[in-house]
Design a protein around this ligand. Structure first.
Ligand code: UT7
Length: 380
């Protein structure tokens, strides 16, 4: 009997601070009218110093775990899709693993730009289907506001911060992630890029002076690529799932530009109510955009058990990813008592992590002392 990868938990985190177009227009040469007309974006969330990529990922993950009513120690693997990790290394996923007390889990970050969540979902589902893992946490988390040139009106109006997470569990019952399509075209790498900070242009006074650490984008070319690839990937994945486009109940596309969504709807001949859009409120949150949209679609009763859901993304790389999911989980919110209990549990895991760090220091101190004593004896 085959194994199926079902989504059993979901959660999101959005920073408190809202930056409206009107507010933005006070610091850069743009208008609310231009941004709304050309992109559909009205406002975006901006992370505070405390709302880092890891912190937001942890909050979204905890919500997903609570919805699935799962013990974090049952998680086999954590994948964080992000273009804006906490550090070059360690992986943000390891910080999440520690905070969740997921002591049995492997953890790594995945970099595929705005398609990252789709890539991570495909990876998780394949491992579950192969029998290698049973419970995988997939997170998309981004603090793009830290990588924007706030003087470049062509990019700074587009992006926002946030995180979304899903928990996948293996079951014998057919359904869940049924098909995935991944693609890339590295010849378009320079169309959407942060050139500085990697091994080619490591941080220096010059890379900072020439603004190499912020997003550079050829918007028109990315737009052309997106309108081509969304319809193509959506068609391909529905075919692989054994469906037709008419049978799709909801398309959740990467939330970049409402004109791109409209053009995809037209190309696929899908009615607008079958396409989920929330970019008016959050802008483009890269790898976090689809899981945040999924959570909001569930809250709005737009995703119900038995529904055929297609998620499709495009982004830096250039990359694209599409997933076909037969939804199987009923709408569920964790009970307040369950939330309170898990807070206590995470508090305990926090203490345990602190203790592990302390023990590591004591261990290092003892090793140092023993080395000194043995060195002295050897010298006698
Ligand atoms: O996750 C993937 C990430 N990226 C994307 O999805 C981006 C895809 N591309 C797009 O969404 C669109 O290309 C943009 C929204 C970025 C730009 O829209 P556009 O209709 O393609 O505008 P454009 O680049 O052709 O620029 C038209 C004009 C230019 O002025 P001129 O040269 O015609 O005088 C720009 O300088 O609009 C100007 N412009 C702006 N004006 C006011 C560009 N940005 C702004 C702005 N406010 N924020």
């Amino acid at each position: 009997m085959g194994r199926y990868a079902h989504i059993t938990g979901w959660g999101k985190y959005l920073p408190q601070r809202i930056l409206t177009n009107t507010e933005l227009a006070k610091s850069v040469d743009t208008t609310d009218e231009w941004i709304r007309e050309r992109t559909g974006i009205g406002e975006r969330r901006i992370a505070s110093a405390k709302e880092t990529t890891a912190m937001m990922a942890i909050h979204a993950a905890r919500e997903a775990i609570e919805v699935a009513d799962l013990d974090p120690q049952k998680i086999d693997l954590i994948i964080v899709a992000t273009a804006t990790p906490e550090y070059t290394f360690p992986a943000t996923a390891c910080l999440v693993q520690d905070a969740l007390g997921a002591s049995r889990a492997g953890a790594f970050d995945l970099s595929a730009g705005c398609s990252g969540f789709g890539y991570a979902l495909a990876t998780a589902a394949s491992w579950i289907r192969s029998g290698m893992h049973n419970t995988v946490l997939v997170i998309g988390s981004e603090t793009l506001s830290q990588f924007l040139d706030w003087e470049d009106r062509a990019t700074c109006v587009l992006f926002g911060d946030g995180a979304g997470a899903v928990l996948l569990q293996g079951k014998d019952q057919p359904g869940g992630v049924l098909a995935t399509v991944l693609g890339s075209d590295g010849s378009g790498g320079e169309l959407l890029i942060i050139p500085g900070g990697g091994s080619k242009h490591p941080a220096s006074a010059e890379t900072i002076a020439t603004k190499l650490h912020v997003i550079k984008m050829n918007g028109r070319e990315v737009y052309r690529f997106a309108t081509r690839v969304i319809a193509h990937a959506a068609r391909e994945v529905t075919k692989q799932a054994g469906w037709t486009i008419e049978k799709v109940d909801l398309l959740i596309p990467h939330q970049a530009n409402v004109r791109i969504l409209d053009s995809a709807a037209k190309a696929l001949k899908l009615s607008p109510e079958k396409i989920f859009a929330n970019l008016e409120h959050y802008g483009n949150t890269s790898a976090a955009s689809i899981p945040i949209a999924l959570c909001e679609a569930i809250d709005a009763d737009r995703v119900k058990p038995g529904d055929r859901v297609v998620m499709v993304a495009f982004g830096a790389g250039l990359t694209w990813a599409a997933c076909a999911v037969e939804w199987s989980a009923p709408k569920h919110r964790a009970a307040p008592v369950q939330v309170a209990l898990s807070r206590v549990r995470y508090g305990f895991f926090g203490l345990r992590s602190l203790l592990a760090r302390l023990l590591r220091r004591i261990d290092a101190l003892f090793s140092w002392l023993i080395d000194r004593i043995e060195g002295k004896r050897g010298g006698e």
